[in-house]
Design a protein around this ligand. Sequence first.
Ligand code: GLN
Length: 491
Amino acid sequence: MSEPHGLTAHEARDLLERRETTSRELTQASLDRIAAVDDKIGAFLTVATDEALAQADAADERLHRGEGGPLTGIPLAVKDNMCTRGIRTTCGSRILEEFVPPYDAHVIERLNEAGAVLLGKTNMDEFAMGSSVEHSAFHPTHNPWALDRVPGGSSGGSAAAVACGEAVVALGSDTGGSIRQPAAFCGVVGLKPTYGRVSRYGLVAFGSSLDQIGPLTKDVEDCALLLNAVAGQDLRDATSAPLDVPDFTAALTGDIAGLKIGVVSDYVPEGLDPAVRGIADSAVKQLEGLGAEVEWGVELPSTAHALACYYIIAPSEASANLARYDGVKYGYSYTEGESMWENMDKTRQFGFGDEVKRRIMLGTYALSSGYYDAYYLKALQVRTLIRREFEAALERYDLLFGLVTPTPAFALGEKTDDPYEMYLNDIFTMPANIAGLPALSLPAGFVDGPAGERLPMGVQLLAKPFDEAALLRAGHAYEQSTSWRDQRPAV
Ligand code: GLN
C-alpha cells in the first residue's frame, strides 16, 4: 500500500471496506501531512481539525454498520469560496476574513450526506480572480513540484493539496480555467463540468454565467466519484439543469475505439516551445494508439476573441456581484467614518485587493450607459458566435482536444506586475466557460524547468454539454495507458 497520504479515494475506499484502515486513521494521516508540509506549500487557509476528526468518527460508525458509499470517511479539501456552516469562508479576501457562513453550500450538503470528511478550506486568488493564487489576501501557495513556482489559480490551494497528498481529493471552481489550469500545473486531474451540472448555491459568486464547481483529483476514477456526489439539480440554483445524472464511474470502460477527436488548432498553436508541443503530440499519438480517430486542424476562428470577450463578461458580472460587500450585511466593516458613504467607501477600499478593484472598475465601465452597447452587448454577441462554432465542431467530433496552458507553471512574482500576461495564461481554458461546455484537464507529462525541475503539463478534452461521461471515458483510457498519474512530487 502506498503511504496513506498518497492514496486515491477509491484505494482508500477499498482499505476501509476491508477494514484495513479507518476514516480516523486516514483523516489523521492527512492532518499529519498538512502539519508536516503546509508551511512550505501554503495550500490551506483554514484547517478544521476538530470538526474533521468528529466527521471521521461518525463515518467510521456508519461504515461499521455496513452503511455509507464511495466517499464515506474520505478526507477532502474545499476551495474557500464555498460556504461551510460554522467554518470561516474567506474567498481569499480581507473583506470576508472573519465571515462564518450560517449555511452550507449545496455541494457541502452533498458531501456531508455522502459522509466525506472536510479537512479544511484551501487558498485561492481573491474572489477567484487570478491564475496563480498570488492575489490571495493572505499568503501565496507554492507548487509542490517546484516551490518557487505558482500552483496555478485560482483553485491553486486545492490542486496543490491533492498533488502533495494533504487531501485525498478536493473541490475547486472554474470561471475561466481555475480548476483546469492549476490541475495542469500541479499534475492532477481537474474537471470543469457543464454549466448547470453542479449547483452554485452557496458558491461565492464571481461571474455567475461562467462559474462551475468541479473536482481536483489524483486520477479520473476519483474525478467520476466526486462528480457523482455533487452533480444534479438543486432548485436553489435556477441555472442548475433538470437532468438525470448518470453514474459517471460506469463510463470508465477503457474503450475509446472509434471515438472521434478533433484537435483545435488554436489550442496547439504554432510557435510553442518544442517541449510543450511534444506534450500535445505524444498525447494525440497515445489516443490514436487506443483506437480514437484523431483529426488535426479544427478551426474555431471566434476563439481568437474569447479572451477579450471573457474580460468584459466576467468583470461585468463581478462588478454586480461584488456590490453586496458594503460593510453593512456581512464581512469587514469600516465604521470610523463621518458618514455612511465614507464607511462604505473605506470598507471597499481596505477590504478589496488591487486585482478585485481592477475587475470592478473594468466591469462597471463596460456596463455603464454609453459603453454598454459597445462593450457588454458586443461581448454577448461574440459569446453567441463562439458557442455556435463549438456546436458545429461538436457535431463532427465527439471530443475536442488541446493543451491546457501554453507554458508550464511560471515563477512566483513573474507575472504579478503585468495583468495582461497573467490573463493570457487562460487563453485555452476560458472558451469552454464562455460556451458552457464540460472540459477535463489531464496530466500529460513533464517539461524541464530552467533549474532542471520537472514541471507537469496537462492536455484538455472538451465535450458536448452534459457529456462529462465521454470526457471521463477518454480521460480514463488515456490515463491507464500512461504512467503520469503514478508520479507524485517529492515534498
Ligand atoms: N484566471 C481567470 C481570471 O482571472 C479565471 C479565474 C477563474 O476561473 N476563477 O478571471
